[in-house]
Structures are given as structure tokens and as C-alpha cells.
Design a protein. Sequence first.
Length: 258
Amino acid sequence: MASKRIVAIMIWAAVVFTILICGKTISAQPEKDNVPSPGFRALFNGKDFTGWKVPEGDNGHWKIIDGVIDYDAGSEARGDKSLWHTEDFKDFVLHVDWRIKETPYINPRIPYILPDGTHARDIHGKEMTLSLPDSDSGVYLRGDGKSQVNIWCWPIGSGEFYGYRMDKSMPPEVREGATPRHQADKPVGQWNRFEITMQGDRVTVVLNGIKVIDKARLPGIAESGPIALQHHGGKSNGQWNSPPSLLQFKNIYIKELK
């Protein structure tokens, strides 16, 4: 009887172990792209630009490749070259996965940004700058380029609100709040995730699980408006003359807050 009891215990233990291992295996599986988490809805379906306005005259520079929005920074549109969603949003939580594909442009004017949002200067009062490979894009909130969550290769990191940080008419606490607390970007070529929470005129940005902007105030931001994926960059004589938006986007989900 004792041997049967031992065998039964061993079988039971093996079953439990198998369940645990399977559970871990299942939970470790990556989420399926462009399928939103509960409570969210997808703004990009992974197949086409339904719900988005491709710039008139773009000529295929904004495109979809293998379930991601791909941009080569070469839009031929005469006006705004950014990719805008057709809906307006007020208060929300927005998830956006993005990655910089490459950085062919060397930016010679990257500032040394201090924690209060100002630029460091040398003993002669001249702004200190760095020369680094750079690409540049961002996510516009509520229809305005000033309320843009920046994506780039600056040492300060992605997630800042350049339009507010650089606005000298803004109070010091606003400029400081628009400056990232941490550099949380992954290396060029790897995927990153923004979680952007917009409520009233306050915004919080979490990048790759790290809070980089904490309830920053954006005075004057519209009550509602569309989001957009930013175009940036241009060429002279076949060479980039500013950091290009050589990016991809996927898993764009929103949960509207009441």
C-alpha cells in the first residue's frame, strides 16, 4: 500500500509540475501584434491605413510592411507629411510600440540638457553640444505638434515635450516637467513601448516600463484632438540635412478615460 501511495504522490507531483511549467510557458509567450489588451482598442489594424489619413501626394513613403507602419522619411506631400488619425481624443491611455530603424545622419547640434530643461553652457556662456547619430520622430497629442512626445537618439532620452521645454515663456516648473527624468530608450533597431496617459492638461509618459514624464502640465493644450506619427527630416543633394524619421510603429492601442 505504501508503494502505491508513493507512486500516486509522484504522479500527482508530476501533473502539478507539468501544469506549472505549461502555465509559465503560456504566460511567457509574446503578445500578438496589433491585438489590444482588455479595455483598449486598436487604432492600427496591422493590415492597412483604415482610420488614418495618409498625406496627399505621399507616393508610398508611409507604408505597411509585415504588420507594422513603416516610414522612410521621404514623403513627397507638399504640406504636412505626418500620418494623422481621423478621430479626436480627449483623455486617454495610449500605447505605441516604435523602433528606430537606422541613424544615417550625424546631428552636430544635440544639446547637453540639464534636469530643469535648460541647456548646459561652458565657462564662456556658450551652449555645449554633442555630435551623435540621430533619427527623429514623435507622437502628436490632441492635434498639436507642440504637445509631441519626442522620439530620437538624444542622451536626454525619448519621451520629452520639446515644444514646452524650449518655450521660455513657460514657467520653470512646466519646462522642468517636460524634461525626461530618465533615459529609458533601447538601442537603435530594438522595439520600445510608450504608455502615454493624458488627463486634462496633465500628461505622464512611461517608456519601456520606466516613468520618464510624471504628470507634466501642458498649458494651452486643446481639450481634444487627433494623434499623429511625426514626419521629420529632409535631404539636400541626396544627403540628409536633418535627423530623418526612419521609424516603424505597431501595437497602437487606446483606452479613453471618462
